[in-house]
Design a protein around this ligand. Sequence first.
Ligand code: NAD
Ligand code: ZN
Length: 365
Amino acid sequence: MVRIPVNTPSHSYEAIIEHGILSRAGSILKELLSGTPPLFIVTVAPVRRRWGKVLMKSLDAAGVPAKIIEMHDGERFKRLSTVESLAEDLLKAGADRKVVVLAFGGGVVGDVGGMLASVYMRGVTLIQIPTTAQAQLDAAIGGKTGVNLRAGKNLVGTFYQPELVLIDPATLATLPEREFRAGMYEAIKCGVIGNEELFVRLERCSIKELRKDAEFLGWTIAESVRLKAQVVSADEREGDLRRVLNFGHTIGHALEAATGYRQFLHGEAVAWGMIAAARIATDVGLCHDSVCERIREGVLRWGKLPPVNLQTAKAIKLMRSDKKTEAGVLHFVLPSKIGRVEVVKDVPESAIAVALAEIRKASRG
Ligand SMILES: NC(=O)c1ccc[n+]([C@@H]2O[C@H](COP(=O)([O-])OP(=O)(O)OC[C@H]3O[C@@H](n4cnc5c(N)ncnc54)[C@H](O)[C@@H]3O)[C@@H](O)[C@H]2O)c1
Ligand SMILES: [Zn+2]
């Protein structure tokens, strides 16, 4: 069992990672929550069908009363209206301020369930049990919750830390292969940002090997969680430090937006974004060409990614209107070596053009 502390100014808690830990969730929660407050599990049908029984059985065995409330599956249900209808469900079921909301699913469930917990009766206890690679490596840590508006993603949300994040890598076994791989690019990201050993082990393995090797998978998740936990502990609310987590995301977000969020899974867009950022870093003289080459090869080794057609002018327009851009100034997170990145503000347009041309070409090759 790996226990990783997350110490933000607003709240300290742990992420616990262990293969098969879902079947012990009941006893862990009983101990943590002192007594047996009513537990409401927010989830989606695909997760309930595959893993609901394991969780319910362990809660039952520990004598923790729990009810499942389901939301519709998919990003298009990450809306305020879903939070509202879940809150109505809670109230109908008699949930008061002592209720515990347990978000059990991917990043969508985590964001919606987290937001629900942060606003229901002005805030109730939240537990995260993430079940996708994206959510275990990234989304469940750090306390960001949110929903989408018609105009864009995550435009309404809160910062709300959970009481515990329980991560069972075994639940990833039922994840579609494409989802698994897409989420795992965030682990490569963590390697480049601040963990050379993580990058080195990932650049040497195939995605199949990673998926099959429980110990390696658990270690990869733990190292990524550790990195994110350190960053958000030092910077809970998106100051300059937290920006490093956006490595690969400046161009990644532009790719997602340009294709209406339909062509790329988030991690796939970030994968291209990391290759582009590495190219920019060599172009502006921040890193040696060999660093860029390793990042490119490491990412592409896991297989083909959806094609890129984004042109420079459109990319720059999208990046300037990104929620994370302040006063139109583009910040790029660029590697200076494997395990170290810098935030650079004045990247010339020509370097962005070269990087985009490179990923367009690579996506056809
Ligand atoms: N809060 C944050 O800091 C943060 C960070 C990154 C991403 N996010 C958000 O996370 C969301 C994306 O998360 P995601 O990629 O997990 O998508 P998702 O939650 O939509 O899950 C992807 C699919 O996998 C299914 N699924 C989940 N667990 C499964 C399992 N174990 N076996 C089989 N199927 C399973 C889901 O039902 C869904 O159909 C986005 O909305 C994004 O904005 C939030
Ligand atoms: Zn991401």
